[in-house]
Structure formats: C-alpha cells, structure tokens
Design a protein around this ligand. Structure first.
Ligand SMILES: [Zn+2]
Length: 411
C-alpha cells in the first residue's frame, strides 16, 4: 500500500513517544497537546499548531481532540502465519495430560508443521489475516512474522511469501524472519547434525537468495538445538548476509543470551533462565531482550526473566505476543503489556517502550519507526484514554480511537 501524498496535520494530540536520545532508555514523557505534520507519509515536524499551520498551508487537518498519541505498536516476535489449531491440546492439558505426552502422540510443534505443510499459500494468508486484524485493532503498525512450521524448503518459502502478502493486503509494515532452526523436521528425527548441515549448506543460502527473509532465528533449548549447533547455523546465516535472533533460555539456561550477544544478534527472546553474565553480554552487544509474557502465562511457568538485572544493565526490553497456536495463542499487544506488567513487574513506560522504540530496535528498524520524530514514518495510534497507564491496566478494553500508517488514517 502506498504512503499518502497528502500533507496532513494531526493536531491537538498529547504525544507519548520516546524522545531522540532517550529512546533507547524508554525515557519518554507525555507532552502537552502538539501537532504532527505528515508529508509523504513521514513526519515533517512536531510542535505547536499555531507555529506549524502557517508553514504548511493547505495541509489537511485531523483533530486528535486532546487524545493520547503514541507511535504505532510493533509486535517484534510472532508465529502468526500457520495452519491448524492446537485448541484440543489445550483441553488435554486442562484434563491433566503433560505437554511431553501430547508431543509424543503427534501433538506440539510437529502437529502445526504437519498442518502447515498441507496448507496452500492462500490458506496460510486467509487463516493469518483475522489474527493480524486483531493486532491492528490494538494499534499495531509493524509486525514481525517468523516461518519455522515448514522446516522444508517449499513450506518455509510459502510461509515467508504469506507474510509478505499480508503487507500488501493490510496497511502495516511486515518484517520476515526465517526460523529454520525451530525444531528438527520429522524426516531428520534422530539426525540433528544432518539437518544442521543441510540447513547451512542448502536451506539457508536458498532462503537468503530468495530475498523473502529479513533475518534468521533459531531455538536454542534441550528440546531443540544445542548452543554448538546454533553457533554453526548463525555463522552460516551471517555469511548469507542475514542478521540473527534467538529463542534463548526459555526453559533452561544454556547461555543462549551470551550466544546471541556473541553473534551481535538483533534480539534474544524469552530469557526466563538468563543469568547475570548473560544480561551483561546483552548489554555489551546492544542486543534487545524480548520479553514474552504470553508463553510464560499460558504454560504456567514459574521462572521469571531477570527484569531487575536487565534494568540495571540498561538492556533495552521489548514486549511481544509470541502469537503461536501452541504456547501463546495471543493476538493483542495491549494484553501482552498487561501480562508483562502483572507477571514481570514492568512499568507503564517500560511496556510502552517495549512495544514501540525497543521493538523497532529488535527488528533493526529503529531508524524508520518506533518513535514519533521528524524523518520517521508517521505510524501512530490515537487512544481514548485519560492516562497512558490505562493502556496497560484495562484488560480487554478496546481503546484505539484511530490508527495512522505512513500518515494515512484508517477509514
Ligand atoms: Zn517464538
């Protein structure tokens, strides 16, 4: 979708946005009502309306009515493109069956792999769109989409194509991630080394050459890939010109955070079991810590990520939905913010920075989106709330008044 060529002024909005420089620390403050001038989809100026209006005669005026204006929300970690449902597994777990037993009987990630391999491109798009629309209704303007439920070349490419198609069908930015090391594909059962070799020599170079992936991701865990395997795969990904991300330290401490930092990863995600040394490594590398409270809540985990240590070390913390059919079927960033606050103790400011400026950094898109500053895309959300804390506090409310993508308001 093209950016609007109209010059537009969003007037009378109380702007919450991390300011230049302060963006990395999430040190944002709500401003008194100000105007945002948008030209060709980008922010041209921010300031008092009486000063800006004469400079941009003929600009179309949008009155925000004194409402809160934030950067458009960014979900920097999703598995939103997939086929099938795992709701029956949810019921089995409620009835007392363990996740391991369900996985053994063909459930878990591999059941989604089986369903996704059978789905056409159109089916993948059609089933993802309602979930994407739910995120958009909560102010989303940038979405990360991972592959990883194909684990064979055709399906992985089809998933990435579906993700790119979503960007054409909806007014939002889509960042794609090739999650080639999500799980061992069934045809490689018992042969992890064989798959790693094939991934490095064949799959990664082909996916990278397709131009369909903006980054590469892996799952470092006892039930997935070892740190040694991930290191090898990361090296291959980087040789193909892809930035890396890592599902790290979710269920145990395999020093995934340190591994991610050693490879200058954009982000290390989950981090429930990350220790002080891992936190220090993230801080040194400037790798974003992506907090995923949905999976923690849904799996009824007990181990919380080291929020206080991350805070002390000034590691940028992002908050994402991890939207996936098995462990976090969550299609709302507002709910993810509430979970991050209630379960992990994040402040309102941390939650908002987590779904705006820090999420942008986790995708390497911080020069283009994530804050409301001149030169960046005017991706913004206008909210019917008296105070920013209501966005975190009010569970299940739909406070979005209007969403702007590249300067264009939703109808
Ligand atoms: Zn994930």
């Amino acid at each position: 979708m093209p950016a609007s060529s109209t010059t537009r002024i969003i007037a009378n909005g109380r702007i919450w946005s991390a300011a230049a420089g302060a963006a990395e620390r999430g040190g944002a403050l709500e401003s008194p009502p100000q105007a945002i001038v948008v030209h060709h989809g980008r922010i041209a100026a921010i300031g008092p309306l009486r000063e800006l209006q004469p400079r941009f005669p003929g600009a179309e005026l949008f009155d925000a009515g004194g409402r809160l204006v934030t950067p458009g929300f960014i979900d920097c970690h999703t598995h939103i493109v997939h086929a099938g449902t795992r709701a029956a597994e949810f019921e089995r777990r409620r009835a007392g069956e363990s996740y391991q037993s369900i996985a053994k009987s063909g459930g878990g990630i591999l059941s989604t792999v089986a369903a996704t391999r059978q789905a056409s491109l159109q089916q993948l798009i059609d089933t993802a769109l309602p979930r994407v629309d739910a995120l958009i209704a909560d102010g989303l303007t940038t979405l990360e989409v991972k592959s990883g439920y194909g684990l064979d070349l055709d399906t992985e490419l089809r998933m990435l194509r579906a993700a790119r198609a979503i960007a054409d069908l909806r007014a939002l930015n889509v960042a794609t991630t090739y999650l080639g090391a999500h799980a061992l594909p069934p045809e490689h059962a018992g042969d992890a080394e064989g798959y790693v070799q094939r991934l490095c020599a064949e799959l990664l170079p082909t996916v990278a050459a397709s131009g369909l992936a903006d980054a590469f991701d892996a799952y470092c865990e006892s039930v997935a890939f070892t740190p040694q395997q991930v290191a090898k795969i990361f090296q291959a990904a980087q040789q193909c010109g892809l930035r890396v991300k890592l599902h790290a330290d979710q269920l145990s401490n395999l020093h995934g955070a340190r591994l991610a930092a050693q490879h200058q990863a954009l982000s290390a995600d989950h981090l429930e079991y990350t220790d002080e040394e891992g936190v220090a490594a993230l801080a040194r590398a400037g790798t974003v810590a992506v907090i995923l409270p949905g999976a923690f809540y849904f799996l009824r985990e007990q181990q919380r990520p080291p929020i206080e240590a991350l805070r002390r070390a000034r590691v940028a913390m992002a908050v994402a939905t991890d939207c996936n059919p098995g462990t976090s079927p969550l299609c709302s960033l507002l709910t993810a913010m509430n979970l991050a606050a209630v379960e992990f103790g994040l402040t309102t400011e941390e939650c908002l920075a987590g779904v705006t400026c820090h999420a942008a950094r986790a995708l390497g898109l911080h020069d283009a989106v994530g804050t409301l500053e001149p030169g960046k895309w005017c991706d913004a959300a206008i909210w019917d709330v008296a105070h920013p804390a209501e966005l975190v506090n009010n569970l299940g409310a739909r406070p979005l008044h209007r969403r702007f993508w590249h300067g264009q308001p939703d109808a």
